[in-house]
Design a protein. Structure first.
Lengths: 429, 353
């Protein structure tokens, strides 16, 4: 087993921009002696190594070279300078539905797509049941692909790409169209790949996805490496850069420099009232989140602070000083969010700090705590939160008149078939 | 249990794995798109001459490795044409049959008077002659037009999926070859079946002549591919190519004895133009196909000789081996030049489309 799955050294990609076909002819006819093109470096001097089991997330603005890098590594275009090597099989999802033929059924497309990836007909036939199971398209699998929604296209494409059992999986911003359920499934599949020492290269504008899927991140700016390292650090850097970038362009008349924009300096979790920093807690503990911030120009940019708790891909709790009408004054300070007797049950929770504007609308910065909060609970309970409750014995209560509000016992009750919406709507079998 | 399901599945044998599709990666060029030798550096250096030569000669191996992909894409393209139609798979047989009927009716029944002077059993000559010519020509001409657009039209595929892109023009060639074979089967079947109903359209070709098909088909495919892959590459860099091709194919068709007999030039008073035949590879191909499919007693064609007298001359003046050999030479040259050009230019396809 080598110590890399993907290794990139000084990689660069230059596109040739021709102003017209005549220039191209002249350049071709002179065997390149008369240059007719303007070089455009979409990627320059990129270096990184991804170890087996590692994963690299790419972030950066549009046109920063993320997709170009992935295309080079996927082998669909060549590098202009530098070199790279990839250990093992590469499977790439660069765009949805490429290679799918719209008039053929999902089943046919699995076969033809698999063959295009280099499988023999026999091998792909052996895998097709697994692919169909994973895609969970139901009867749609025998419908033409043109009838699919984009999310269904993703299901099919992702399932086929995964069936190749790649050593290196390259995914370019395609998850966004999947529903929550399938996204979760994809994420699980990616985790499973990583456990088996496979590698993921992932590009997304959703920093949350990058943090969730990748250990390391590479931030590309204008084709060059702006930052590389631990995914939380890099994405924090990137989002604060973006914030500065927005500020620079937000008010055309008075462009504010990055230095004058509000910024979160640090944020840590402490046991409430003590100086003991803590990331492992038990349900019922009292904690506080201390956020140190700077705001050089509080007159121009009043701020609010928000704290978010995430579990898997859903937000468990979110609170802001703006919601609670808590004013933040001054140009520097520490705001503490006190969380007395936390009611969350066992699990790992990501804590995000938000720096918001005076109206609580615009988000200057999103700052993720590097360590998640690990909560343990030693009693028996299910779910994410500890709901306050007690039990009582009240046999004296009469059965009320009217229809039962629970579903059981309603079989054959024709009159109630119309009220499927409302509070019972979520409880489908 | 998603975690265990992939583990339990039998892993495909090594030959089924994508990276097995290529072997020559040591020198670190992207000749073999979509494959990575384990741990081999891929550099930005352009392909070396030796790599290209090696790759050109490795073409048969490439076909073998990708036989499933080739088969699937050809059958897919044919299915696209005929699935969803009422007559379905009768169409590829019906179309040449109808065309044959049209040519036979127009040129033999309607205009037979123009080609009088022929023995009674040769009356059908002109209709059959043209039909066979058109069959062979259209497989070639249609392939060229399809090939030219094949890379650019599949830009999405080229840019997003790593796979051997030389198979795209090949697909265009093979689809048209299959269509041609359908037509030839219909023709041969007609010559065998019509006598059963007391109607002699044309004498059936001899089985030995039909064996030549096995030689002609691959050579024709090779030549068409060689020219087609060149045009496909040009089209990537210069989008005017397709327009030049569509006009050029028509000119080439009329410069080839599809609708006229070569003897008109060779033996008639146009003798000075016989170089048109000599430099035209398609002349040899069309000639050979006619020899194979119409090889009964030598067919005749009437020409006006230099003295201005109408004469009847045998249609097959040269032995077929000679024509096939010349055409095979053309085919090899076209393939080597075209495919090399393609390989050298391919690295920038994804950037240019």
């Amino acid at each position: 087993m080598p110590d890399f799955n993907v290794q990139v050294e000084g990689l660069g990609k230059c596109y040739r921009i021709y102003s017209g076909p005549m220039r191209r002819i002249v350049e071709g006819a002179s065997f390149g002696r008369i240059l007719g093109h303007r070089p455009f470096w979409a990627l320059r001097d990129v270096n990184f190594t991804v170890k087996p089991g590692g994963s690299m997330g790419l972030c950066g603005a549009n046109g920063a070279g993320k997709s170009t890098l992935l295309k080079v590594l996927a082998g669909t275009t060549h590098a202009s300078e530098g070199r790279y090597r990839v250990h093992g099989r590469v499977s790439s999802l660069l765009e949805l539905g490429t290679g799918f033929h719209m008039d053929f059924t999902g089943r046919d497309n699995i076969v033809s797509n698999g063959i295009m990836m280099g499988f023999s007909r026999r091998a792909i036939a052996a895998k097709s049941d697994e692919i169909i199971d994973f895609a969970e398209l139901g009867d749609y699998i025998d419908e033409p692909v043109r009838t699919y929604s984009s999310g269904m296209g993703l299901r099919l494409a992702f399932s086929v790409a995964m069936a190749v059992d790649p050593d290196v999986m390259i995914i370019d911003e395609v998850f966004a169209v999947g529903d929550m359920y399938f996204q979760k499934k994809c994420v699980d599949k990616v985790y499973e790949l990583k456990k088996r020492n496979k590698t993921l290269l992932f590009c997304s504008h959703s920093l949350y996805d990058v943090r969730q899927l990748c250990d390391e991140a590479l931030w590309l700016r204008d084709g060059k490496t702006a930052a590389i390292g631990h995914t939380v650090d890099v994405t924090n850097d990137y989002s604060s850069y973006q914030r500065g970038h927005i500020d620079e362009h937000a008010d055309g008349q008075v462009p504010r420099t990055t230095g004058r924009a509000p910024v979160v300096v640090d944020a840590r979790i402490y046991r409430a009232g003590t100086d003991e920093e803590v990331y492992q807690a038990t349900t019922g503990d009292s904690l506080e989140v201390r956020v140190w911030w700077k705001n050089p120009d509080p007159e121009q940019t009043p701020i609010h602070i928000g704290i978010g708790l995430f579990h898997d891909s859903s937000i468990l709790a979110g609170m802001t000083t703006q919601f609670d009408s808590f004013a933040i004054r001054g140009d520097e300070g520490c705001t503490v969010g006190v969380l007395p007797e936390i009611d969350i049950l066992s699990g790992n929770f990501l804590i995000a700090i938000y720096l918001l504007d005076g109206e609580g609308v615009h988000q200057y910065q999103q700052y993720l705590l590097r360590e998640p909060l690990q909560v343990r609970f030693h009693e028996r309970a299910e779910g994410l939160i500890h709901m306050r409750h007690r039990w009582e014995d009240r046999s004296d209560l009469e059965l009320p008149a009217g229809l039962p509000r629970i579903r059981e016992g309603r079989h054959g009750d024709v009159s109630s078939s119309g009220d499927e919406t409302g509070e019972t709507g979520g409880w489908t079998a | 249990m998603p975690t265990s399901s992939t583990e339990e599945l039998p892993t495909p044998p090594d030959t089924d794995r994508p990276e097995e599709r290529s072997s020559a990666k040591e020198r670190g060029t992207i000749l073999d798109v979509g494959s990575h030798e384990v741990g081999g550096w891929v550099t930005a250096a352009p392909p070396k001459f030796l790599d290209v030569v090696q790759h050109v000669f490795g073409f048969p191996r490439l076909l073998l490795r990708n036989r499933d992909l080739i088969g699937a894409s050809v059958s897919r393209e044919l299915r696209v044409r005929f699935t969803g139609t009422l007559l379905g798979w009768f169409w590829p047989l019906l179309i040449p049959l109808l065309f044959f009927a049209i040519y036979y009716f127009i040129f033999t029944k309607l205009l037979s008077i123009k080609f009088g002077e022929l023995p009674e059993d040769q009356k059908a000559a002109m209709g059959v002659y043209m039909f066979v010519g058109v069959l062979a020509w259209s497989a070639f001409g249609e392939s060229l037009t399809r090939c030219t657009g094949s890379i650019v039209d599949n830009g999405n595929l080229i840019k997003k999926v790593a796979f051997p892109s030389e198979l795209l023009p090949l697909n265009a060639v093979l689809v048209n070859m299959v269509t041609m074979i359908f037509g030839m089967v219909v023709f041969v079947a007609t010559t065998f079946i019509t006598p059963l109903f007391g109607l002699v359209v044309w004498e059936p070709p001899s089985p030995t002549a039909l064996l030549w098909c096995l030689v002609l088909l691959p050579i024709q495919a090779l030549f068409t591919y060689g020219v087609g892959v060149t045009l496909a590459t040009l089209q990537v860099y210069l989008r005017d190519t397709i327009h030049v091709v569509s006009v050029g194919v028509t000119v080439w068709m009329f410069a080839t004895p599809v609708f006229w007999a070569p003897q008109i030039i060779r033996d008639g008073n146009l003798g000075g133009f016989s170089w048109i035949l000599d430099i035209n590879p398609l002349y040899h191909l069309v000639y050979a196909w006619r020899w194979v499919l119409m090889s009964q007693e030598p067919a005749f064609v009437s020409v006006v000789n230099p003295e201005g007298v109408l004469e009847v001359r045998p249609m097959y003046a040269t032995p077929i081996v000679e024509n096939v050999a010349i055409f095979a030479g053309w085919a090899l040259a076209a393939f080597f030049v075209g495919y090399t050009f393609f390989l050298l230019a391919r690295r920038r396809f994804a950037d240019e489309i």
